[in-house]
Design a protein around this ligand. Structure first.
Ligand SMILES: Nc1ncnc2c1ncn2[C@@H]1O[C@H](COP(=O)(O)OP(=O)(O)OP(=O)(O)O)[C@@H](O)[C@H]1O
Length: 614
C-alpha cells in the first residue's frame, strides 16, 4: 500500500557525490497552450457566469472598436471642413466628434470594468478548484509534510500564480485574441480596397516577421518567469517562518542570522528578477520598434494607391488630404491590430510560466488522487475492512512494517506484532526518534504500511491529538478554536456551559476573562500567545468536547506538570475514553494497562503494566 508521485525533479550527484535536486526547466512551446487548454475547464468551472462575463467583455471591446472607427475618420472630415472654410460643417463635425469621444471613453471604462470582473471571477473559479485538489485526501499533507515531489511553494501557486495567470488572461489576452480576427478581417478588407493586395500583403509580411522574431526572443521568458515565481515563494516563506517563530528566534538571539538569510533569499530573487528583465529587454525593444515603425509604415503604404496604381489622380487637394488621412487611419489600425497581437507575445510568454506551474500542481494532484484511489490509501483513519465490531481486541498489529513514504528502502519499524484488548489503554515508549509518532501516523493511515493493522473501531470514534498543538489562524473565537475542525455547534449556546466547566477543570478559566465572550473573535493569534502548557490543555479540552471513544495522544501532557497530567488522565477515565499514548515520562505508566516499548526498529516489548492505578 503506497502512494507515490511521479518524480518530476531530476536528482543528480554533485561534485562530492551528494544527490541534488535540479530545478525543472519550463520551456515555452506548444505544451504551454496544451496546458492552458487543460486548465480552461477549471478557469470556467462555474459555467455560465464566466462565459457571460467573457461575452460582455468582448461586446464592450467590439463597441469600443466601432466607436474607435468613427473617431478615426473625424480628422479627415475636420481637414475638409477647414480647407473648404465651411463653418456649419465644422460645428456639425465638432458635436459629432464630442459625442463619439464621450462614448469611446465610456466604452473603454466599461471594457476595463468587465475585463476585471472576468479576471476576478476566473481567479475565483481556479482557486476554488485548486483548493479542492489541495485539500482532497490530504494532498496538502503529502506536499507539505511528506514529499513535495518538486512542487515547490504550493501556497504560492494557489495565491500568486493563479492570480497572475487569470489577470493576464482576463484583462489582456482573452479580449485581444478573441477580437483580433474580426478587426483584422474588417480593416484587412478596407486596406485591400484602398491599396490592393500589395498593401495588405506588406502589412501581413510585417506581422509575420514580427511573429518570427518574437518567437525567438520570448523563448527564455517562460522559464525565467517560472523561476522568479519560485524565488518569490521562497522569499515569502522565509518571512512567514520568521513571523511564525519570532519568539523562538529572539530567544536564540538570531536576528543577525535571520537578517542574513532573509537577505540571501531576496538576493536569489533579485538575481532571477534581473535575469528575467534582461531577457525581456530585447523583446521590449523589438515590441516598441514594431509599434512605432508601424506608424511610419502606414504612410509608406500610401505609395501604392498614390504612385503605383494612380488611384487618386483625379482628386483635388482637399479630397486627397481627406483620403490620405483616412487611408493612414485604416493602415495604422490594421498594423496596430497586428502589433497588439505581437505585443501580447511577452504577456503570453510570462503567462506560460504561470500556466506550467499551476498545471504541474493540478497534474500532481490528479496523479496523487489516482494513486490514493488505486492503492486504497484513503482519507480515513479506519479502512472499510476493519469495521468489525464485537471483537475482543481494539487494535491488532501483525508483522507491521513501515518507513518514511519518501524512501521505500528505509524501515523505521520492522515486523511489529501486538494485540491491545478492547477497553484497555496502551503507552508507547522508546528512545527519541525511534518511530513512536510514525506509528501514530500509520494508525491514522497518513503513512502507508506493510503487514496487517486491524482497528476495531469506527473512524469517527477515533481522535488523534498531534504532538505539536495547532490553532488555525484568523483570530478565531475561543469557541471556534475549541470546536475545531467542526463548524457545526458554533451557534449552539447550550454547550457553552460545558465549555466553561471544562476550561475551569483544566485551569484555563482565565482565558474566559481575556476573550470576554466565547463567541467573540479575538485580536491575537492563539498559537503566538498561549504558553505551550496552555496550548496542550486547550487542545485536550478540544478533544474532550469531541468526545471520542478512542484517543491517540502524542506526548500530549509533556508541557504540563505531573499534577495536571494526573488530572487530565483522570478526566479521560471519568468519560470512559480509551487512550493510546506516546510519551517518555515514567509517571505515564501508572495511567496505562499495557506498554509497548520500542528499544530498536526490530525488537519490541509488549507487556501488561501491573502496578498501575486501575
Ligand atoms: N516525513 C518524514 N520523512 C522521512 N523521515 C521521517 C519523516 N518523519 C519522521 N522521519 C524519521 O523517522 C524517524 C522516527 O521519527 P518519529 O517522529 O516517529 O520519532 P519519535 O519516536 O516519535 O521521536 P520523539 O520521541 O523524539 O518524538 C526519525 O528518524 C525521523 O527522522
Amino acid at each position: 500500500m503506497s502512494v507515490r508521485l511521479r518524480p518530476l525533479n531530476v536528482l543528480v550527484p554533485d561534485k562530492m557525490g551528494k544527490l541534488q535536486v535540479i530545478e525543472k526547466k519550463f520551456e515555452f512551446g506548444l505544451r504551454v497552450f496544451y496546458n492552458l487548454f487543460r486548465l480552461l475547464p477549471l478557469i470556467y468551472s462555474d459555467g455560465w457566469l464566466t462565459l457571460l462575463l467573457t461575452a460582455v467583455t468582448i461586446a464592450a471591446s467590439v463597441g469600443n472598436e466601432i466607436v474607435n472607427y468613427k473617431t478615426g475618420v473625424i480628422p479627415g472630415k475636420f481637414y475638409v471642413a477647414l480647407l473648404e472654410k465651411n463653418e456649419n460643417q465644422f460645428w456639425h463635425i465638432f458635436w459629432v466628434a464630442s459625442l463619439c469621444y464621450v462614448g469611446l471613453c465610456l466604452l473603454i471604462a466599461l471594457m476595463n470594468f468587465f475585463s476585471w470582473c472576468l479576471y476576478i471571477q476566473q481567479r475565483k473559479n481556479l482557486v476554488q478548484c485548486l483548493h479542492k485538489i489541495y485539500y482532497r485526501n490530504n494532498f496538502y499533507y503529502q506536499l507539505n509534510g511528506v514529499d513535495d515531489q518538486g512542487i515547490d511553494n504550493p501556497d504560492q501557486r494557489i495565491t500568486q500564480d493563479a492570480d497572475k495567470l487569470t489577470k493576464l488572461l482576463g484583462t489582456s489576452i482573452i479580449p485581444t485574441v478573441l477580437l483580433s480576427p474580426f478587426i483584422i478581417s474588417y480593416y484587412g478588407v478596407k486596406v485591400w480596397n484602398t491599396s490592393g493586395g500589395w498593401g495588405f500583403g506588406m502589412i501581413v509580411g510585417y506581422f509575420l516577421i514580427g511573429v518570427i522574431i518574437n518567437r525567438i526572443l520570448i523563448g527564455p521568458i517562460t522559464p525565467w518567469a517560472a523561476r522568479v515565481e519560485k524565488a518569490e515563494g521562497d522569499f515569502r516563506y522565509k518571512h512567514v517562518s520568521v513571523r511564525v517563530n519570532a519568539e523562538e528566534s529572539t530567544f536564540y538571539k538570531s536576528a543577525q542570522f535571520e537578517h542574513h538569510f532573509s537577505d540571501l533569499s531576496f538576493n536569489a530573487l533579485f538575481k532571477r528578477l534581473f535575469t528575467f528583465m534582461c531577457w525581456r529587454f530585447p523583446s521590449q525593444f523589438f515590441q516598441s520598434f514594431f509599434d512605432y515603425y508601424g506608424a511610419c509604415m502606414s504612410y509608406i503604404l500610401q505609395l501604392f494607391p498614390l504612385f503605383v496604381f494612380h488611384m487618386y489622380d483625379n482628386l483635388d487637394a482637399t479630397k486627397l488630404t481627406q483620403q490620405i488621412s483616412n487611408n493612414a487611419f485604416f493602415f495604422i489600425y490594421l498594423i496596430n491590430c497586428f502589433t497588439r497581437l505581437t505585443d501580447l507575445a511577452m504577456n503570453i510568454a510570462e503567462l506560460g510560466g504561470y500556466i506550467m506551474r499551476v498545471s504541474e500542481f493540478v497534474d500532481n494532484g490528479k496523479l496523487y488522487q489516482c494513486g490514493v484511489e488505486n492503492d486504497g490509501f484513503r482519507d480515513s483513519s479506519v479502512s472499510e475492512d476493519n469495521k468489525t465490531s464485537g471483537d475482543e481486541n481494539l487494535i491488532e498489529a501483525e508483522n507491521l512494517s513501515f518507513g518514511p513514504p519518501t524512501n521505500s528502502n528505509i524501515r523505521i519499524i520492522e515486523n511489529l506484532s501486538f494485540k491491545l484488548p478492547r477497553h484497555k489503554t496502551l503507552l508507547i515508549t522508546g528512545d527519541s526518534g525511534i518511530g513512536k509518532t510514525s506509528l501514530m501516523r500509520v494508525m491514522a493511515e497518513m503513512w502507508p504500511h506493510d503487514g496487517n493493522l486491524t482497528k476495531h473501531f469506527e473512524k469517527s470514534d477515533a481522535y488523534f491529538l498531534p504532538q505539536r498543538p495547532y490553532f488555525p489562524v484568523g483570530r478565531l473565537s475561543l469557541k471556534q478554536q475549541l470546536l475545531f475542525p467542526a463548524e457545526e455547534g458554533l451557534l449552539n449556546s447550550e454547550i457553552d456551559d460545558d465549555i466553561i466547566g471544562l476550561l475551569q477543570e483544566l485551569k484555563l478559566g482565565h482565558l474566559l476573562t481575556i476573550v470576554g465572550n466565547l463567541n467573540d473573535s479575538v485580536d491575537f493569534e492563539w498559537q503566538e500567545t498561549l504558553s505551550p502548557g496552555e496550548q496542550q490543555r486547550l487542545c485536550f479540552a478540544r478533544m474532550l468536547l469531541a468526545n471520542p471513544t478512542v484517543a491517540f495522544l502524542d506526548e500530549s501532557t509533556c508541557n504540563v506538570d505531573e499534577g495536571i497530567e494526573n488530572y487530565m488522565y483522570g478526566m479521560l477515565k471519568k468519560r470512559s475514553i480509551t487512550f493510546i499514548s506516546v510519551g517518555h515520562r515514567n509517571s505515564l505508566r501508572s495511567h496505562h494497562n499495557f506498554e509497548l516499548r520500542i528499544p530498536s526498529p526490530t525488537s519490541f516489548l509488549f507487556h501488561e503494566i501491573y502496578n498501575n492505578k486501575f
